[in-house]
Design a protein around this ligand. Structure first.
Ligand SMILES: C[S@@+](CC[C@H](N)C(=O)[O-])C[C@H]1O[C@@H](n2cnc3c(N)ncnc32)[C@H](O)[C@@H]1O
Length: 239
């Protein structure tokens, strides 16, 4: 039976200026790699987490990726402080962009991430993100995700902290855009995996990484040269 005192309902609403600080339980990020994307080759890759909050997703990404760069618009004492939607970004400067963005800005986060990522973009979002004529017109029709991976278990998220005992009535899934993908979006089911993917220490506050201040900032001359060389690739996303 659902614990309504902790439940976060599907119709959860946040103020327009809210940071939407709902940290991701670590097992839900491991589920992306283990059940959707696959861990092969990630050690050699760069992952950007541009809305890292207190680092609960970034620290899991660092279990798989060789280099995780993180930032957030608010200072959570974890990553660098940057507004992802405003700061200059270098094209193709990360292999992956992976995050759990604020719901009301998720579409903008994806559109901003697509040219930054060489290989793909993955966002964790409420399942209802798939709805809406506007989002279809502006995002899904122009940039169809390669996969939508629906959690079969609920992923309880509460404001401002992780809570092992929280429950929720909200469904969540991972939306994954892969460079080079065209055509239909594949529906994937993420099997029950919370128990298998939870680790000791998951619900403690992560220590800031040494690389916390490495972020994708204004392009250097080298990056600009690479960006020009990669101009053709941008058209993959029709940007
Ligand atoms: C749902 S929380 C997710 C935090 C973290 N990614 C995780 O999964 O644990 C959304 C985060 O987006 C951040 N945020 C909101 N607007 C932002 C912006 N314009 N640029 C960067 N981060 C932003 C919030 O401060 C908050 O930490």
């Amino acid at each position: 039976m659902q614990n309504t005192s902790h439940a976060v309902m599907a119709q959860r609403t946040e103020a327009k200026d809210s940071l939407d600080d709902f940290p991701t339980p670590p097992w839900a990020t491991r589920a992306l790699i283990e059940h959707v994307v696959g861990a092969g080759g990630l050690r050699q890759q760069i992952c950007l987490e541009p809305a890292c909050g207190a680092g609960h997703m970034a620290k899991v990404l660092a279990e798989y990726f060789g280099d995780v760069r993180c930032s957030d618009v608010h200072d959570y004492r974890y990553g660098a402080v940057k507004d992802f939607l405003k700061k200059p970004l270098a094209i193709n400067s990360a292999d992956w962009v992976i995050t759990n963005p604020p719901f009301r800005l998720a579409e903008e986060f994806v559109l901003r991430s697509l040219p930054v990522a060489r290989k793909g973009v993955a966002i964790l979002a409420r399942t209802v993100f798939l709805e809406s004529v506007g989002r279809y017109d502006r995002l899904f029709q122009k940039h169809p995700p390669a996969k939508f991976a629906q959690f079969t278990e609920r992923v309880p998220m509460v404001k401002g902290r992780l809570d092992r005992k929280a429950s929720t009535a909200t469904g969540y899934g991972w939306l994954v855009w892969e460079k080079g993908h065209s055509g239909q979006t594949q529906l994937v089911w993420i099997p029950q995996c919370r128990k298998a993917l939870e680790r000791g220490g998951d619900y403690e506050l992560p220590a800031p990484p040494v690389a916390a201040l490495k972020t994708v900032t204004a392009p250097t001359a080298g990056v600009r040269r690479e960006a020009r060389a990669n101009k053709a690739q941008e058209s993959l996303f029709g940007m």
